[in-house]
Design a protein around this ligand. Structure first.
Ligand code: ADP
Length: 391
């Protein structure tokens, strides 16, 4: 099962996109619709709303008079909290039921207008944001019968584009004609979501050849999104972006590396299932190269997980927080961040080795070939820290 979060400002074309996902076979859960369903005539929800706010929130037909209710909660935080206390648990329960009832291989698309405002992004395997420029949204909403000042007021109350961009794994531009955005949805479905779903279900990680690419300035923002997912799945434990993609300016394979801190590898084993369900299945117990003579090799053991998203390769090293392997990864990263010459040397080596090991699908030979330089680098990293990080 794959969970996709879908959002975008009002009038961006979110419903249009959700409809296309449904045509492909997604199980679309529409948060707005559930919000209406839980207060339909005859529901407990509506009975509680009437108890809390009075019978004058009902229309002559016995259904909720939304403008009347809105007038009572507008600008009154306590009243709004009361209302949310009635509706939110019911929406959440209903959402849970729909997810539980979906087939094991479902791609769930959760259409949530307030996904960004409610910090829900880390709950999903992937977040898709639909975007259109303000003027286009206003014009489309006007065509749909929403007066411009109403539309402007609603837009002002929602998250801005910057916050939306920060959580978007996929940014669907709907500034053109509808068929242009629908073609993007078709491609996303076929090229990424279908395989992502089967990878999560079958616990297959996404792999690829070790192609070294120039530094990508979007890596930190991508890493922040993936780290938030890992952190949530791992109960709030420490997650660090490490490896070459964490060093600004460094050419690297397009694979984000993270380490997740645990107190012991037994504790790491207990996280295996939650990480797999979040899209990071276990590859196995692995041994990091012992970087300091005399260290017990067990102290350099880790549990290695990897990402399932075909559009975003991830390695997740689960290590004892503060242990030698954990500390070395952070120090190596911070040394490279601080030392431009070392960074250039390392980038040149990586490019040369990547060319030499082009046919090496799992990157093993590439990693081996890097070893002599890495061993020498350890002494330089140690010196950097011994000398107070001034080199
Ligand atoms: P949302 O669900 O984000 O509020 P909708 O999908 O309902 O947005 O789209 C808002 C309005 O704009 C609808 O009437 C829809 O048919 C129309 N629309 C969506 N995409 C386009 C587009 N690319 N060009 C023109 N109109 C569009």
């Amino acid at each position: 099962m794959l969970r996709v979060g879908l959002s975008g400002g009002i009038g961006s074309g979110k419903s249009t996109v959700a409809g296309r996902f449904a045509e492909h076979g997604a199980v679309v859960i529409d948060a707005d619709r559930l919000a209406r369903e839980v207060v339909e005539p005859g529901t407990d929800g509506l009975r509680e709303v009437v108890e809390a706010f009075g019978a004058d929130v009902l229309g002559p037909d016995g259904a909720l008079d939304r403008p009347a209710l809105a007038a009572k909660v507008f600008g009154d935080e306590r009243a709004l909290a009361t209302l949310n206390g009635i509706t939110h648990p019911r929406i959440a329960a209903r959402t849970g039921e729909l997810i539980a009832a979906a087939p094991e291989d479902a791609i769930i698309v959760h259409d949530v207008p307030l996904l960004v405002e409610k910090d829900m992004a880390p709950l999903y395997h992937l977040v898709v944001i639909v975007h259109a420029d303000l003027d286009q949204r206003l014009a489309r909403l006007r065509d749909r019968g929403l007066p411009e000042d109403d539309a402007r007021r609603r837009i002002a109350a929602q998250a801005d584009d910057g916050r939306r961009r920060a959580v978007a794994d996929v940014w669907l531009d709907n500034s053109g004609t509808p068929d242009l955005v629908l073609a993007q949805v078709d491609a996303l479905w076929a090229d990424r979501l279908v395989r992502y779903e089967s990878n999560v279900r079958l616990r297959r990680y996404a792999s690829g050849a070790p192609v070294v690419v120039p530094y990508d300035a979007t890596w930190p923002a991508q890493a922040a999104r993936v780290a938030a997912r890992i952190r949530l799945a791992a109960g709030g434990r420490a997650v660090e972006h490490i490896g070459s993609t964490s060093v600004p300016g460094l050419a690297a394979k397009d694979v984000l590396d993270f380490q997740l801190g645990v107190r012991s590898l037994d504790e790491a084993a207990e996280l295996e299932e939650a990480l797999a369900q979040a899209g990071f299945p276990l590859l196995g117990v692995a041994e990091d190269t012992v970087r300091h003579e005399g260290d017990a090799p067990e102290d350099w053991h880790k549990r290695l997980h990897a990402g399932t998203d075909p559009g975003r390769r991830v390695n997740l090293h689960v290590r004892v927080e503060g242990g030698p392997a954990w500390t070395w990864a952070i120090r190596f990263r911070d040394w490279l961040r601080a030392d431009a010459a070392a960074r250039e040397e390392y980038a040149a080596l990586k490019l040369e080795l990547a060319r030499a090991h082009r046919g090496d699908a799992d990157g093993f030979a590439y990693g081996e070939a890097k070893e002599p330089w890495m061993a020498a680098a350890t002494a330089r990293v140690d010196a950097f820290y011994r000398d107070g990080q001034t080199s």
